[in-house]
Design a protein around this ligand. Structure first.
Ligand SMILES: [Fe+2]
Length: 308
């Protein structure tokens, strides 16, 4: 399915009465929130805060763990840990973005209050649209900025964040699959995601490529990515700048159930997925939390007993 989005509005936060998002689309937010992807409009198209010189300034505020980048020819089904590291610096990546074949992620852009304002306002608007389906408490929110070279691919993966991805500059195609399709995303892969490796656990399956919904993103359009919805991205022949307003649900208990299930599966059992039995989920979550706390304590004690 290809969603071709009508020509976006001109760049102006005045477009939706000063809002980031279009309140006339509130029903789509409420109907699909964290269940299914959907397209939406926003008012940040070609916004000056996302011009390359401004983003280069932003990187000066960032700590080393806030930025991740690589360059090269990458395929959609490629493992993330198989992407070759690059010798280029952040400055070189941004300077040569037209030709570098690069993918640059700036996390925690909200260290700068101007981007923090966008994050807070955007999520507040989502909360208003979604109403009582929005969680009363969130774990953490984050403003992420992606800068990508022409034709660059972002490989297949899943995330733990609930994401409102907003295209600011350039065009690209994002392919999204159903988070509940257990042929596309088997329980085992979700268990691995929570236990071992959060980038390489979801495995691209060529035979299910056609099940993806394709969204052609242009400046002024966005797409909602529910937690754990598999996706990959292909940039058009242009430089792309994208903002992701994200947050995490309080997901410790859910993660613990998946961790328990990972070890049960390793031991030869077929574990019950979370959500089928509240009592079983509670027992798994509680015991996993206790085991992890004990392990942390033992580790700390062992550290203190190291010979000097
Ligand atoms: Fe993602």
């Amino acid at each position: 399915m290809l969603h071709l989005i009508a020509e976006p509005p001109v760049s102006s936060t005045q477009f939706f009465g000063g809002s980031l998002l279009d309140h006339s689309e509130a029903n789509a937010y409420r109907a699909n929130f964290n269940r299914a992807s959907f397209q939406f409009a926003h008012s940040l198209a070609n916004h000056e805060l996302f011009e390359l010189p401004r983003l280069l300034e932003l990187t000066r505020l960032m700590k080393s763990g806030d930025m991740y980048f690589n360059a090269g020819d990458v395929k959609e089904g490629q493992r993330w840990d198989a992407i070759a590291p690059t010798d280029l610096t952040i400055d070189e990546i941004i300077d040569r973005i037209e030709t570098a074949g690069a993918w640059l992620l700036i996390k925690r852009a909200h260290r700068d209050p101007r981007y923090e304002k966008l994050l807070d306002e955007g999520l507040a608007e989502v909360q208003r649209f979604v109403g009582d389906k929005f969680p009363t408490r969130i774990k953490k929110s984050d403003a992420l900025i992606f800068i990508t070279s022409p034709n660059r691919v972002t490989p297949y993966h899943i995330d733990r964040e609930c994401n409102f991805l907003m295209q600011i500059r350039g065009e690209k195609t994002i392919c999204l699959q159903d988070r509940y399709d257990r042929e596309v995303l088997p329980e085992r892969e979700i268990e691995n995601f929570w236990t071992i490796d959060n980038m390489n656990s979801a495995v691209f399956k060529e035979e299910y490529r056609s099940r993806a919904t394709k969204y052609q993103l242009r400046p002024g359009t966005g797409v909602h990515i529910p937690v754990n919805a598999p996706h990959w991205v292909k940039n058009d022949g242009n430089i792309s700048v994208t903002l992701a307003l994200t947050f995490q649900f309080p997901d410790t208990a859910l993660g613990n159930v998946y961790r328990w299930n990972h070890y049960l599966r390793k031991a030869g059992f077929t574990p019950t997925p979370p959500g089928r039995s509240k009592i079983r989920d509670f027992a798994k979550s509680w015991s996993m939390e206790a085991a992890m706390t004990t392990r942390r304590l033992l580790k700390r004690l062992r550290g203190k007993e190291q010979p000097r």
